[in-house]
Design a protein around this ligand. Structure first.
Ligand SMILES: [Zn+2]
Length: 145
């Protein structure tokens, strides 16, 4: 099972959908989440933090290594690896990807009822455009697709 939850950032102005692959790490492992508006005010610590699209995720590395070690037998995970291997990262490609994709489906709903083939074509094309744009903006998960 994979958990996802909506989590507000430290300043409370933004929210992110956070994903925990295989539910290995509990929610508390993400100790702080900074959006682009509040990320500028925290001192950077590469031992516990990972950056993506202007956001900063700060992990409790001691707890993360404990849980990952217990399940996977490896205790030297870095914050980048935790993010890039999805043990605690975005749900989708960005903090708001779930919302974006929901809106796209909503927008194309009338087309779906009219012309299912065209709908599939459109949704695939629009999604590819989104992913390209995200890659261009430097989002880590988009770069891997
Ligand atoms: Zn914030």
């Amino acid at each position: 099972m994979c958990l996802h939850q909506k989590r507000p950032c430290e300043c409370g102005r933004n929210e992110a959908y956070v994903f925990h692959r295989d539910s290995i790490l509990p929610e508390e492992v993400l100790v702080h989440l900074y959006c682009p508006e509040c990320a500028g005010s925290v001192p950077w610590d590469a031992r516990t933090m990972v950056r993506d699209g202007g956001w900063i995720l700060e992990y409790d590395m001691e707890a993360a290594r404990f849980y990952l070690g217990r399940r996977l037998g490896r205790v030297d995970y870095s914050p980048e690896e935790i993010f890039d291997e999805d043990y605690c990262s975005w749900y989708g490609l960005t903090p708001e990807d779930l919302e974006t994709s929901r809106r796209l489906h909503e927008e194309l709903e009338p087309l779906k009822r009219r012309d299912i083939k065209e709908y599939i074509l459109q949704i695939t094309r629009r999604r590819q455009e989104q992913v390209q744009a995200l890659k261009h903006q430097g989002w880590r998960k988009a770069a891997r697709t």
